[in-house]
Design a protein around this ligand. Structure first.
Ligand SMILES: Cc1cc2nc3c(=O)[nH]c(=O)nc-3n(C[C@H](O)[C@H](O)[C@H](O)COP(=O)(O)OP(=O)(O)OC[C@H]3O[C@@H](n4cnc5c(N)ncnc54)[C@H](O)[C@@H]3O)c2cc1C
Length: 386
């Protein structure tokens, strides 16, 4: 069997893999480097709708589907208005992102393959990869496959998931206020779980509506459908609509040590590299930030494992996970307190891991409650044990 050699191989043409590939191959420093991108799928469909916030203009503005400067959180029977000021909440359809990346990366030094990766092993000065049909070697392999050791049911770690199903619906008459998005609406919940509806109104007649859980157990497809139908009928009071697109997802919110699966020449990226913010489930902006850091580290011959979140944020994330894992019923109150007592700008800075110690303290004090204190104590005890 012949073996083909590349400088770099990226496994997975998703948010992380393509952000990394774009950063590499639009940098003159890497212009002669040969890159192989392998994905088991063709990556043509809109399999995800990515949303993120950022101040002012951003790298993906030319591809955006929609952006908002105002939002709402509905919890505890109240409507909290979010005035994003300098921030915008932006939405990007993955199909647009894939098509753009394919166009920019259609270069003689970039090879694309559709195949399934079965195994990757370290070599002395690189790594070797086995697909269903062939072997490839490279100096570095960037791998977005989630380690098989990660399972939601593993009680060794704090483990919940952001799991959801969403419908893009189209109505005949204008019903949506497309000037604001709904971050969380707790007016319809599945029992006492942390479950809510998320709405991105694209136009007065079209919106993405997702029934979402932050919880330890996933539910059947039928359950999401029932809640979506109920919310649309009873809360939005829409009787006639057409479902024009569906999306589903299970995003890990966990203390599982993804980054520890990286080796010197095999670097885990994306969800598989621990790039999902454990307390929020967001990761698209992290794919942008961390792939840039990898490219800079490659140039300087530095450590490529960029899981270097400040220790304080790891602790904050774990306290959030402690509360949501052990006292899932408290989610609505937790997020209500967070959005009611802090400006959305402070919350964004906190989630972006850019907040000052004063802002952290303000958020933590505003969340102080019996479940939060218990979560904090459990976290302290678990840290003291390790
Ligand atoms: C439906 C959905 C919506 C989301 N929305 C948001 C959002 O709004 N904002 C946000 O910040 N985050 C969001 N996320 C979370 C996160 O940003 C995405 O999951 C993001 O796509 C993660 O990037 P990734 O590159 O790690 O994984 P992916 O984008 O899933 O890419 C991994 C790629 O690896 C390929 N692959 C896997 N195994 C193999 C193999 N053995 N061989 C070859 N190829 C393989 C897959 O086909 C896939 O293309 C969402 C997630 C989902 C599922």
């Amino acid at each position: 069997m012949s073996i083909t050699n590349y400088d770099y191989i990226i496994v997975g043409a998703g948010a992380a893999g393509l952000n990394l590939a774009l950063n590499l191959k639009t940098d003159a420093y890497f212009k002669d480097k040969h890159l192989l991108i392998i994905d088991k799928l063709q990556k043509k469909d809109n399999d995800r709708t990515w949303s993120f916030w950022e101040k002012g203009r951003g790298k993906w503005d030319h591809l955006l589907h929609k952006s908002w400067n105002k939002g709402v959180v509905k919890a505890k029977g109240k409507t909290l208005k979010l005035d994003l000021k300098k921030y915008n909440y932006k939405t990007l359809r993955s199909s647009e992102f894939y098509a753009y990346a394919k166009e920019v990366l259609s270069q003689p030094t970039v090879t694309w393959i559709t195949d399934e990766v079965l195994d990757i092993q370290s070599l002395d000065n690189g790594a070797v990869l086995q697909t269903k049909t062939k072997k490839y070697t490279a100096d570095y392999i960037f791998d977005s496959r989630i380690p098989s050791n990660y399972v939601l049911e593993d009680i060794q770690y704090l483990n919940i998931a952001q799991h959801f199903k969403g419908w893009v619906i189209e109505t005949e008459t204008p019903v949506f206020d497309d000037s604001q998005f709904t971050m969380m609406d707790y007016s319809l919940k599945d029992g006492k779980s942390t479950s809510f509806t998320y709405i991105l109104p694209y136009s007065p007649t079209q919106a993405l509506i997702e029934f979402t859980y932050f919880s330890p157990d996933v539910v059947s497809e039928n359950t999401y459908d029932l809640f979506l139908k109920k919310y649309i009928k009873e809360h939005l009071q829409i009787d006639h609509y057409e479902v024009i697109e569906t999306e589903k997802g299970i995003i890990p919110m966990t203390s599982f040590p993804f980054a520890s699966f990286s080796e010197e020449h095999i670097i885990k990226i994306g969800t598989a590299g621990g790039w999902v913010k454990a307390s929020s489930g967001y990761s698209f902006k992290n794919c942008e930030r961390k792939s840039k850091q990898i490219v800079e580290a490659l140039k300087l011959n530095q450590n490529l494992n960029v899981d270097s979140a400040h220790f304080k944020y790891k602790h904050y994330d774990e306290i959030f996970l402690e509360v949501l894992t052990k006292e899932n019923h408290f989610g609505e109150e937790l997020f209500y307190r967070m959005y009611k007592n802090n400006s959305i700008q402070t919350i964004f800075r906190f989630l972006d891991e850019e907040s000052s110690f004063g802002e952290d303290l303000q958020i933590i004090l505003n969340l102080t409650s019996a479940p939060f204190i218990k979560g904090f104590i459990r976290h302290l005890k678990s840290r003291l044990k390790t």
